[in-house]
Structure formats: C-alpha cells, structure tokens
Design a protein around this ligand. Structure first.
Ligand SMILES: O=C(O)CCC(=O)C(=O)O
Ligand SMILES: [Fe+2]
Length: 536
C-alpha cells in the first residue's frame, strides 16, 4: 500500500499494538485511549497482537481449502449439532462465489473446545479442528480484551463489563471468496453492511478485501497484514454503548480478483438476551438512544428486511427502526396498510372495517413473491449474508392489500388524537403506532411484495401539492408504492421546495381515512428502485 493511503487510513482507523499489554498498566491506558477513539470515530480498530503466530496462521489457512473442497453433501451435513451452519454458493445471490461455515460456542464461559466439538466432519481431521479451537480461544481473549478497553474507555464500570462478558457467545466463521468472470466489474464479493453482533475480529490472509467506510463515505482498504487483525463493531455494541460506538460499515472488494479466505471471530448476545444501553452511557448529555433490544427478535427483523438488490442491512435506519427511541415522532409520512393484525387493531374504526371487507371481497390476495426466496432452499436469495439466520421464510400476509385515501397533516398543527397512525421511517419500514406505541412494524419485503408501481406524474404532483400546501382537508388517493417512493423522496422535495425538512413530522390520521382499492400488477423491486431514482 502506498504511504499516502496509509496516512489516510491511519487518520481514521487507529492501529494499536497490544503485544504484552497488561490490564492496569500505563500501556493499557494508552492503548485504551487509542482503541476507544477509533471505535467512536468509525467503529473499527486495527490491532497488532500475538494471538495468531505464524504457525497457527499457516495451519489455519492451509486447512481451509481442504475443508471447502469437501463434497457438498458433507458440507451440507454441517447444518447440524453445534454448527449453524454451512452457507453454500448460490448463483442467484449477489455473492455467487461465496461460501462459508460457522460454528458457535455452545456453553457459558466459552471454552474453545466447545466451539469445535461434535462437528460432523472434524472427526476425520482432528488436527485442523484443534487449530480452529486454538485460534478461537486466542481470538476470544483478544475480543474480550478489546471490548473491555472500549467499555472502560467510555467509562463503564468493571462489574458491568463483567456482566456483559457473561451474556456473550462467540462464533468462528471461515469464508471462501471464489472468483467468477462476472464479478470482475465491481470486484465486490460482499456488499456494504453492518454486522449485527457486538465485536467481530476479521482475519485476512495474504489477499486484500476488507474495506471500511469512514464517516465521510469514503472507503478504506484494510491491508491483510499478517500480524494485524481488524476489529469492527456490530450493532449490538451500538445499542450497549447508547450509540457512542457506531456499527462499522464494511464490505469485501478484491481488485486483484484472487481467491480469498478469511476467518471471523464474532461475539453476540446469548439467545434470549436483551441488550440495553449501559447505565454509565446514558446521562443528560447522552440521552437514551435505544430501547432494550432483544437480539433474536432483532435478527428476525433484520433478515425480514432484506430485499432483492438492495440489502437493507446496510441502511442506517434498520436498527433505529427496530429499537430506536421515539419511534413514532420521527419522519412519518402516511399510508394505510391492511393485514389481519392491523385490522384487528383497528376494528373500532368502523369506516376502515367496512372498506376493508369490501376490498377483501374482491379476492385480491397478496403472496410473498418468489423473488425474495430461493425456491429450492427457501433462503432469501438476495441476502448476501448468512441466509441461515432466516430460519423460515416470513409467512405471507393473508389479507388483501388495501390502499388508503388519506390526508397528510403536519404534526405541528394536528390535534393530539390518540387514534392509530401509520408511519414510514428510514429503512423503508412502516410502523403502525397508536398513542406513540408501536403496534406493528411492517418490513419492506412485505411492502414491496404488495406494492404496485403505477405512479403517474399527476398523482405525484397532487401529493406534493398536498404536502407542500399543508392542506388539512383534501384527501388524495395514494397507492402503496407511491408511498414507498414518496417516503424516500418527499423529504428531499420538501427540503428543496419548502425548506420544511428538518425533519418533516407528518402522520396520517386514520380518522380521516377513506378506503380505496387501487390495485396494480406486480413489478420487481428493481422497477421500484428505478422509478425512485428517476424521480430523484
Ligand atoms: O471476509 C471479510 O473480510 C469480512 C467478512 C464479513 O464482513 C462478514 O462475514 O460479515
Ligand atoms: Fe461483516
């Protein structure tokens, strides 16, 4: 790497040498400052350490090609026991040459042995799994050290740090990035994303690939130095630190177009654990940013939010949409959405119900589009990332789609009705709220499944006019996709046209809703995005 580039990354991601650094020492305090600063800036730190000596590294990366060369049926059989699991190459995904295997720690305390016990194949190659076990143990220590430094650096008390250690499990994930001619255009073998856990130690070997995004949006290549690992923050660390440590946005790009192997050691909350911002990190200067976040529920939510061609995992709003504070007072642009759950919550709304029934009776059922799942595996084919974690395809909503007619009312001038509201937030997630309480989150794939794309210029201008003029009484027909597009567009429009965006607080008052039944034919997500872009 040229020295200029090195200077650039060293400005934003710090590098720290932890060799021989003992807790409580002066060196520890200095390293802690460096680690914490880098984590707060970009959610990443480069660490030089001795947890992966030359021999161990060699054994680890020598064993991986042999593992991935095993017959597919053997690798598939690893989706069992303590492995969860083997991710096979999927030509229809946006990572057609990627395969990966991950094993989770199985018990408290995380003996590395548990990480690799009882795996089907390893019995035939105990040496390699010993290697993986040693690697896991060393990296778990390193992960704990760095997480301790971050939390100490932010002012968290030792007892809370220890409690967090007890609530964590680790996994090792070995990945193989193959090459295909069609990948040469972008050289991207993993799209930009945030990891969902606490901390992720990324070990690269000889071939470059990992890139980290800085706050100004530029990408920094992390060199595959042999004695250095990148440690990146996941979203649960963001919640635990009350937003002080951003989840690192990263991707894998290999301009040299070579085969590549990497190994990750990740920490995540144990099953059933709810992550909360740590007490010390919430005060008058740092108001609470996140509600308690049940990790397993968040995972379901996150993968349900993946859509073809556009992985919402990498979109800012996903975590906030799930557990951000003040959900119902953010940017809200309305629409109405019907399914049984919502309907059940709205039975009091007579008009709603009556219309609802009339549109259902037209028999227009909505089903999940096969675009979103690989029909053979039922795994989301768009998800570049760990399809395993989507245990089952989300069930399709059984209700017919109804489109609302609604009036958009500026929050500031609205009456304080306790009625239900429907809102749209950052990650294309719709939330139905009542009295500021979220009744239901509607993930984008459901919306997109149900959306239609016949937005006429006339409709758009009507709605814009409506919004801009802040007319309270005028209701206009809005179709689902129109809302979807609008929610990404209207902020900008408002900003440009009226200067009102800062942020726009709009909501739909369902008391004024008149049902319509503006159905249309299905179009693909791509169409949606194209239209959104055309508009923008
Ligand atoms: O292989 C790498 O360098 C990073 C992989 C990664 O980001 C992931 O698996 O989430
Ligand atoms: Fe990642």
């Amino acid at each position: 790497m040229a020295s200029g580039e090195r200077t650039q990354w060293s400005l934003v991601i710090n590098k720290v040498d932890l060799r021989g650094v003992k807790p409580g020492s002066q060196a520890w305090a200095e390293a802690r400052t460096t680690v914490t600063a880098s984590m707060e800036a970009v959610g990443a730190i480069l660490v030089t350490h001795d947890a992966l000596g030359a021999d161990l590294r060699q054994a680890l990366f020598d064993g991986m090609p042999e593992f991935f060369a095993l017959p597919l049926y053997v690798k598939r059989s690893l989706i069992s026991g303590y492995i969860n699991g083997y991710i096979e190459r999927s030509p229809s995904s946006n990572m057609p040459a990627y395969e990966s295997v991950r094993i989770w720690e199985t018990t408290d305390g995380g003996s590395a042995h548990n990480l690799v016990d009882d795996v089907v194949w390893p019995h035939s190659n105990p040496k390699f799994w010993d290697t993986v076990g040693t690697f896991a143990k060393n990296m778990m220590d390193l992960e704990r050290t760095v997480r301790t430094m971050i939390l100490e650096g932010l002012g968290v008390q030792q007892e809370h740090i220890n409690a967090q250690h007890k609530s964590i499990v680790h996994s090792v994930r070995q990945s193989r990035y193959g090459t295909l001619p069609e990948m040469r255009t972008t050289n991207l073998s993993m799209l930009a994303h945030r990891d969902n856990g606490m901390l992720h130690v990324v070990v690269q070997h000889q071939v470059e690939g990992l890139e980290v995004q800085t706050k100004d949006g530029s990408w920094i290549m992390v060199p595959p130095d042999p004695d250095t690992v990148a440690i990146i923050a996941g979203e649960m660390l963001t919640v635990a630190t009350n937003g002080r440590v951003p989840a690192c946005v990263h991707r894998v790009r290999t301009p040299s177009n070579r085969k590549r192997f990497s190994v990750l050691l990740s920490s995540k909350p144990k099953d059933g654990v709810t992550v909360r911002p740590l007490d010390e990190l919430v005060d008058a200067y740092h108001p609470l940013q996140y509600n308690p976040c049940n990790f397993s529920e968040y995972i379901d939510f996150r993968y349900a939010n993946s859509v073809v061609g556009r992985d919402l995992i990498s979109v800012d709003g996903t975590l906030k949409a799930f557990c951000g504070k003040n959900l119902s007072v953010d940017n809200v642009i309305g629409l109405l959405f019907k399914d049984e759950e919502i309907t059940a919550n709205l039975t009091k709304k007579k008009k709603f119900k009556a219309n609802n029934e009339s549109s259902s009776s037209k028999g227009k059922k909505v089903a999940l589009s096969s675009n979103f799942f690989d029909p053979s595996t039922r795994l989301p084919c768009n998800s570049f990332y760990n399809p395993f974690e989507t245990k089952t395809a989300p069930s399709s909503s059984s209700g017919a789609l109804s489109i609302s007619t609604s009036s958009v009312i500026p929050r500031s001038t609205s009456s304080t009705s306790d009625g239900p509201r429907v809102g749209v937030r950052g990650a294309s997630t719709l939330m139905l709220t009542r009295s500021n309480e979220v009744i239901r989150r509607i993930p984008p794939h459901e919306l997109i499944d149900k959306c239609l794309l016949q937005i006429t210029t006339h409709e758009r201008s009507l709605l814009l006019e409506e919004v801009i003029n802040r007319r309270h009484e005028l209701s206009i027909e809005m179709s689902m996709e129109m809302i979807l597009v609008l929610h990404t567009q209207v902020g900008h429009m408002l900003e440009h046209v009226t200067g009102l965006y800062d942020p726009p607080h709009y909501y739909i008052d369902l008391d004024n809703v008149h049902m319509g039944d503006s159905y249309g034919h299905w179009r693909s997500t791509l169409d949606l995005l194209k239209i959104a872009m055309d508009m923008g």
